[in-house]
Design a protein around this ligand. Structure first.
Ligand code: SF4
Ligand code: SF4
Length: 287
């Protein structure tokens, strides 16, 4: 079983549109949406959940006002400033470290499982998909990303499917690390801007740290051909496979409006570029 992860240095580079097109071209393969802070692959995949579960990223402290003597020990000890002057726990600040539980002389603190989001196994028109959503303001997305990837592997094994296509988290933080560790290939999608190039370099640095084969694609390359050239040059010099350029194409917007992938919305420049990139991705995974 192989796993390819598509990431970007930041959100809004067209990563999810590319993932959906790959899924369409790949046929019946497992999809994993690890962009749990802003999951949107479902918009193009049209999932029907066949299984769903709550996600708990850990415990949160709760103070029982009836037992609390207001001694202040917990408040003084909390490194996350999560306990208010009237000895209530702010659940968005609480990291569940349990210090307050241990220092409380009145046994007034209990630790409860926090409810941070939900995860799903769905049937979609692009193949079976594992996806999740964090509740607004919730954190611990690295843990949820790991859960989504693990469940995608279980699903692939159960259904006898040999490829998992992962829509990774953007950025270079904990969620993206959870998205890529142990993957067979990471494809970085970037845009031809100086900040896009900078974000791509940081993402590649991260991928290199995990010794995973990486490649790069420039989306909307013709918006700034000079920077697109410099990105290709950077890849060549640093030994990263440059898989191609996707042009700006009004057909992409039309596809999004119709909630379809770019490659199933007629023949156009962007669709042709994506097909050619997908052929290279498959060749590099199988090589
Ligand atoms: S569990 Fe830790 S972070 Fe949460 S309120 Fe207690 S001391 Fe603060
Ligand atoms: S340590 Fe316990 S008794 Fe003291 S203020 Fe905190 S919850 Fe109340």
């Amino acid at each position: 079983m192989k796993e390819i992860v598509i990431i970007s240095g930041k959100g809004g580079t067209g990563k999810t549109s590319l993932v959906a097109s790959f899924a369409y071209l790949a046929g019946n393969r497992v999809l994993a949406d690890c962009d749990v802070d802003a999951a949107d692959l479902h918009i193009l995949a049209h999932p029907k959940a066949r299984h769903e579960e709550d996600f708990s990223g850990g415990v949160k402290a709760v103070i029982d006002p009836k037992s609390c003597t207001e001694c202040g020990e917990c408040r003084q000890s909390c490194r996350y400033d999560a306990i208010s002057e009237d000895f209530r726990v702010n659940r968005f600040r609480c990291e569940g470290c349990s210090v307050c539980y241990h220092v409380c002389p009145a046994d007034a603190v209990r630790l409860e499982e926090g409810l941070n989001g939900r995860w799903f196994i769905s049937d979609t028109r692009l193949g079976p998909m594992v996806h999740a959503a964090l509740f607004p303001g919730e954190e611990n997305s690295g843990k949820l990303v790991a859960l989504v990837r693990n469940q995608a592997k279980v699903l692939a094994r159960t259904e006898g499917l040999d490829l998992i296509i992962v829509d990774g988290a953007p950025g270079v933080g904990c969620p993206v690390i959870s998205s890529i560790t142990g993957a067979d290939h990471v494809l970085v999608v970037t845009e031809p801007t100086l900040s896009g190039r900078h974000d791509m370099e940081r993402a590649l640095q991260l991928v290199r740290g995990f010794d995973i084969p990486a490649s790069v694609v420039v989306n909307k390359w013709d918006v700034n051909p000079q920077v697109a050239d410099s990105i290709e040059e950077y890849c060549r010099k640093s030994g990263v496979a440059f898989l191609g350029r996707i042009p700006y194409d009004a057909a992409v917007i039309a596809a999004m409006v119709n909630k379809r992938t770019i490659v199933e919305n007629g023949d156009n420049g962007a669709a042709r570029a994506i097909r050619s990139i997908w052929d290279k991705v498959i060749a590099s995974i199988l090589s």
